[in-house]
Structures are given as structure tokens and as C-alpha cells.
Design a protein around this ligand. Structure first.
Ligand SMILES: Nc1ncnc2c1ncn2[C@@H]1O[C@H](COP(=O)(O)OP(=O)(O)OP(=O)(O)O)[C@@H](O)[C@H]1O
Ligand SMILES: [Mg+2]
Length: 248
């Protein structure tokens, strides 16, 4: 299923909250195996877009295709299958009051995996994020950086195709930011997971994204390779945002 074709496609999308349009995107494609950075001012619609891609918020109008399937028109069973191919990590990780390993294993349990597979995969995911030594600790006793790494382990244990990240490092110190960025890159390179990451930090987008999408007031202003968008932005608003001159 992993190919060079567009994995996710957004078409004629419009989303309104209380009759107010917050997102209006004619067309946007995400290819398999790439890392995308979504940047834009506060309130631009970045999180709303991620939620729409992740089947969490049905758009007021328009369509989202995953492997050419219109995801908001699927039968319940197909919908579950699509949901199982994606995972989202938020700015603030939400962990259960159980051990770290139980948190990581949760998704596998509800998928009905057997206990040996759960154990092996949870350990492997914990190794990946460098937290195997904390497997038996209570998840709520972890630091912010450790919690975010557990949230990532919980996503990657599931063998997903798309990882959606909404400002995953916004609350972290530089050391943990580096760890999370390396993890995201390795995940993309070794597992070919497509990554779509919202970030306020344009340097972070520059560091890890192949392509960058700039959204402003609900509109897609520019999409280009990270190299191009930062060195030669085509739209004045992109230039202003990148240079810290956009007032919002
Ligand atoms: N559940 C909601 N109900 C009403 N309005 C909402 C809701 N969620 C978001 N909005 C509004 O939609 C607009 C886009 O919000 P969104 O959270 O997508 O922006 P964002 O780009 O993620 O911003 P930030 O960078 O601050 O996280 C904002 O004006 C916000 O107030
Ligand atoms: Mg947001």
C-alpha cells in the first residue's frame, strides 16, 4: 500500500465553526513517505486541518481521500481500518494512570493482538524512544519530555502509515526537542511513515520537513520544499511570516 502516489488528498475543503469559515482549501496532497511541516499564525486553522485529516472533525464541505477512499463516506468497518492507519500526537500528551508499558500497549490490546505480540511490540517501541528502563513506571510520574516520548511510542507501536503531530515539542526543553526530532526522522526513514507535523517553530520545519505548507487565515498560501520556501518564498505573506514580520 505504500507508494509514491498521493496518500492523502484534500479537495474543495471548507470548515466553519459557528457559521464562521476557518478553513478554505481548494486542493492539497500529501505523498507517501514524506515529512510535511505545516506552519502559520495562531488561529490559521492548522489544528483544524489535522483533525479533519484524522477523521476527528467532519468538514463542513469538501472531501478527504486516503488511498483514494473518501474517508468521511466510509462504512463503519472501513472507517476503523483507516483510523488504524493513522495516529495523532498532541502538544500535551494524554497518558493513562497505568504503567508506561500499559500505555504503549493499549492500542494493540484494543486491536486484539495476542499477549506475546503485545509484549514484543511494546518493548520494541519503548526501545525506539529510549524508555525501556521506565516500562514499569507509572506514566503520570514522567517528565514532559518523557511523556511525549511515550505518546510517540504509543503511536508507532501500531504500525501506522501516517503520523499526525500537533506541535509535539511546544512544551519541551531543547534536549527533548532534539530527541523527538530525531525520532520523527528515524521513523520516517526506517519505517517510511508519512509525517504531517504542525509547528510554530519555523526552524524545526526547516530541520525536519521535506515540504512545508504555509496556512494563513484558513487559506493555503504556499506549499514548497523546505529549501525553497525558506530561501525564496513566493508569497509576500509567507515572507512576512518567516521573517517574523507578520502581525496577528
Ligand atoms: N471547537 C471549536 N469551536 C469554535 N471555534 C473553533 C474551534 N476550534 C477552533 N476554532 C477556531 O477556528 C480557528 C482555527 O483554529 P485552529 O485551532 O485550527 O488554529 P491553529 O492554526 O491550530 O492555531 P494555534 O497555532 O493557536 O494552535 C480559530 O479561530 C479558532 O478559534
Ligand atoms: Mg493549533
Amino acid at each position: 500500500m505504500k507508494s509514491d502516489q498521493a496518500l492523502l488528498q484534500v479537495k474543495s475543503l471548507s470548515h466553519k465553526f459557528n457559521n464562521q469559515e476557518v478553513l478554505n482549501i481548494e486542493s492539497l496532497n500529501f505523498k507517501s513517505g514524506k515529512v510535511y511541516g505545516i506552519i502559520g499564525p495562531s488561529g490559521a486553522g492548522k489544528s483544524t486541518l489535522l483533525r479533519i485529516l484524522n477523521l476527528l472533525t467532519p468538514p463542513t464541505q469538501g472531501k478527504v481521500f486516503f488511498h483514494n477512499h473518501d474517508i468521511y463516506r466510509l462504512q463503519p468497518q472501513q472507517r476503523i481500518e483507516v483510523q488504524r492507519k493513522m495516529a495523532m500526537v498532541f502538544q500535551k500528551p494524554v497518558l493513562f494512570k497505568h504503567t508506561v508499558k500499559e500505555n504503549v500497549a493499549y492500542g494493540l490490546k484494543i486491536r486484539g493482538s495476542d499477549s506475546k505480540e503485545i509484549e514484543d511490540k511494546a518493548n520494541e517501541a519503548l526501545d525506539r524512544v529510549g524508555l525501556r528502563h521506565l516500562a514499569e513506571r507509572s506514566a503520570i510520574s514522567l517528565s514532559g519530555g518523557e511523556s511525549q516520548r511515550v505518546a510517540l511510542a504509543r503511536a508507532i507501536v501500531l504500525d501506522i502509515e501516517v503520523l499526525l503531530l500537533d506541535e509535539p515539542t511546544a512544551n519541551l526543553d531543547p534536549g527533548n526537542i532534539t530527541i523527538i526530532e530525531q525520532l520523527i526522522r528515524r521513523l520516517n526513514q526506517e519505517m517510511r511513515t508519512t509525517v504531517i507535523m504542525v509547528t510554530h517553530n519555523i526552524f524545526q520545519a526547516q530541520r525536519i520537513a521535506d515540504d512545508v505548507i504555509f496556512i494563513n487565515e484558513g487559506e493555503l498560501i504556499e506549499k514548497a520544499s523546505a529549501e525553497h520556501i525558506f530561501s525564496a518564498p513566493q508569497d509576500k505573506r509567507t515572507w512576512q511570516f518567516i521573517n517574523g514580520e507578520m502581525i496577528y
